[in-house]
Design a binder for this molecule. Structure first.
Ligand SMILES: [Zn+2]
Length: 55
């Protein structure tokens, strides 16, 4: 059941794709694992805007 929950959570995250406030292009979810920046972030490939997803 845990696996199903995780899939649903991922679907929820990817279904509401916000737009970049800097250049209005679609943001992509990326996972950072570096020091100080861990977790999922919305990332803009055009202007490198980055924001936490809250997950
Ligand atoms: Zn952007």
């Amino acid at each position: 059941m845990a696996e199903k929950k995780a899939k649903m959570a991922l679907k929820t995250v990817t279904s509401l794709v916000p737009e970049c406030p800097e250049c209005n292009s679609d943001l992509k979810v990326v996972r950072f694992a570096g020091a100080g920046e861990k977790g999922l972030f919305w990332h803009c490939g055009k202007c490198s805007y980055k924001q936490r997803t809250g997950q």
